[in-house]
Design a protein around this ligand. Structure first.
Ligand code: ATP
Ligand code: MG
Length: 349
């Protein structure tokens, strides 16, 4: 039995979460696992009512759960700083979710914009709690004119090492043989030089093949030769960019799941689609729920049920291959609800 905190959030987050919850209920009925979930109405609506994204003891409440399933937040009436620094970042940091896991897998039935794309199947690991996304820095003014801005990148030995250790463990457990390190130590000498050094110290004693590729070339390879990758590890900023690029080559944001993982399982990990609240299509009932459903699969893997993960991903692929009930973003004309219902039929026919 697992306790699951569900935060649908805003916009299409709510719509795709409804379908994910259908999947969770049917898994509870059919499988030897119980995901006992509770829904929290936190996010922008909550903020507009109460002046904060979640209650003051929100973190303490979440801490009691085994995992968090999250939809998306974002609303034009709430500043981005609030959603990022009062909601997403505190959860990542307080729960030490220092690994951001993003599969880049071209499922059968999805057409990639790339020509040579039979075999795209790799995983990106993004450092999730430090690096370039620090709040440390400042501005210098002359009068009221901004003259200079500095934002510090902070990388710690512990931060780099713990990500590398997890990447290695994951690669072995999932039978990968090669890891690619995304870097730019030729230009960002201090910080990325340190990153490379710590990563390479750890890889020195490893059987896994290791390669280091500069981020600019790596971005080009994602498009030209995506089949050469198995596991890619990257800093916070590089990982952010690479994972959007990754999602673009395997069907777009509607097909991109992610996990914010605390490997020690000392705190709950959080699983969410890569996309945001998609205000342009919110309320129309046409958001693709498959990224959210795939995120449920990642959660099941994290909770020790790789068999159920594989079962869910296989069923997504069957739905795609049937090519009948798909949302507009991947070439269909079905609604979010249609896709959720059709998916359940594929999962347990
Ligand atoms: P936010 O501010 O919440 O991050 P955003 O404006 O960045 O929102 P995203 O949600 O990241 O928007 O979406 C970017 C684009 O991808 C939009 O055009 C959106 O319609 C599309 N999109 C995002 N999620 C989905 C989905 N689940 N199904 C279909 N299209 C999607
Ligand atoms: Mg966005």
């Amino acid at each position: 039995m697992y306790k699951l905190a569900v935060i649908p959030g805003d916009g299409v987050g709510k719509e795709v979460m409804e379908e994910a919850l259908k999947v969770i209920r049917v898994i509870n009925d059919r499988e030897s696992i119980t995901l006992d979930y509770e829904i929290f109405d936190w996010g922008s609506e909550y903020y507009l009512k109460y002046g904060r994204m979640m209650p003051d003891n929100g973190q303490a409440i979440l801490q009691e759960y085994d995992a968090i399933l999250f939809g998306a937040i974002g609303d034009s009436r709430v500043p981005d700083e609030v959603t990022i620094w009062e909601f997403i970042m505190p959860i990542r940091k307080n729960f030490k979710q220092y690994v951001n896991l993003r599969p880049v897998k071209l499922l059968k039935g999805i057409e990639s914009p790339l020509r040579l794309s039979e075999e795209i199947d790799f995983v990106i690991f993004r450092e999730n709690t430090e690096g370039e996304y620090s709040d440390v820095g400042g501005l210098m003014f002359q009068g009221d004119q901004r003259e200079l801005a500095v934002q510090n990148t902070i990388m710690t030995r512990q931060g780099i090492a713990q990500l590398t250790e997890y990447v290695m463990k994951y690669a072995k457990a999932h039978h990968y043989t090669k890891v690619t390190n995304a870097t730019k130590s030729n230009a960002i000498t201090h910080v990325m030089g340190f990153w490379d050094q710590v990563v390479e110290e750890i890889f020195a004693n490893e059987v896994l093949a290791y390669e280091k590729i500069y981020i600019d070339a790596l971005a080009a390879y994602f498009v030209e030769r995506p089949e050469r990758f198995q596991v890619v590890m990257a800093s916070n900023l590089f990982g952010d960019i690479l994972s959007d690029l990754g999602s673009a080559i395997v069907g777009g944001l509607g097909m991109a799941p992610s996990g914010n993982i605390n490997p020690e399982k000392e705190f709950p990990s959080m699983f969410e689609p890569v996309h945001g609240s998609a205000p342009d299509i919110a309320g129309k009932g046409i958001a693709n729920p498959l990224a959210q459903i795939w995120s449920v699969a990642l959660m099941l893997d994290h909770l020790g049920r790789k068999d159920l993960h594989d079962h869910v991903v296989f069923a997504i692929e069957q739905l795609l291959l049937e090519n009948k009930t798909l949302t507009p973003d991947i070439g269909g004309n079905a609604t979010t609800k249609d896709v959720g219902n059709a998916f359940i039929k594929k999962l347990y026919r």
